[in-house]
Design a protein around this ligand. Sequence first.
Ligand SMILES: O=C(O)CCC(=O)C(=O)O
Ligand SMILES: [Fe+2]
Length: 299
Amino acid sequence: MLDETLLLACEASEAASIAAALPFGVRFLLRPEITPVQRAFLDLRGYLVFDRVAADAEVDTILAEVDRVEAELLREGKQKINGVPLWFGPDPDGHEYLYRMGFSSVYSPFLSSFVRDARFEPIRRLIGDDARIGDREKDGVVFNRYMNAANSLRPNLAWHTDALRDVFYNWRMPGPMLNVGLHFDRIRPEDGGLRVLPGTHTQSAWSTLFSKIHFVTQAPDPREVMVETWPGDLTVHDGRMWHKVDTSPKQGWASLRRSMYVPYVRDAVLEKSENSPTPMYLRLFDAIVRWKARRARGR
Ligand SMILES: O=C(O)CCC(=O)C(=O)O
Ligand SMILES: [Fe+2]
């Protein structure tokens, strides 16, 4: 982890040259304020990784909460929360398993208060002094699980920019936006996991939309950087940057990777409810994931 003790008061121009010299895999400590070097690295590369922002006990509690909510949703036979489809598919033992859940904090008072914890305040202010936690807006707090197993609904997530979602939501080209993720597993480079294309957050609108096929292209890119994670890590990435999740070469439960994305929102308040329709981009996303799972089964 980078020791920034002597860099806390540096000028923006100095921070920019320090950031440019840091390795792509640099891990930062989340302090009460985002530091000049952290800001400069984010501006330059499009992402930041903070070392273990959640404690092991919190990681365990969140994972147990998700299991509890999953069981409740299965009991109730729920297919969607606030219009966002729940992605259920078989696990390696043949049981129904939840691969993606939007609005996960709606059923969990623990999650709802955890994402508002004071330690995340510098992240909120990084996004904007007026930013709020939109856990009842957009897709809410999204919990993801990925597994490499026969019949898995989701072994990976192909190249995409999160900005596309905003094009669908607002019908305009996205401006700067930051996405905040928590990571729950030890993922080494050889485990697949999150890959980003540093610097692509400043590309043209055309490249943001078309330089790869959203949610379909999975192939390695010579410029890609693997984001190694420890349980409890927090990542921030610019939504205009290309990124993907690669399949673990492990099989079954050993390949499980879990992440949770917390929406910070600055637009007008648009809370969703049980009657909210499924957004167009999610219908598309849903169709692509199911098509890929069917295709994989057919192989
Ligand atoms: O699981 C991850 O870390 C990435 C998830 C992601 O990129 C997304 O849901 O848009
Ligand atoms: Fe994404």
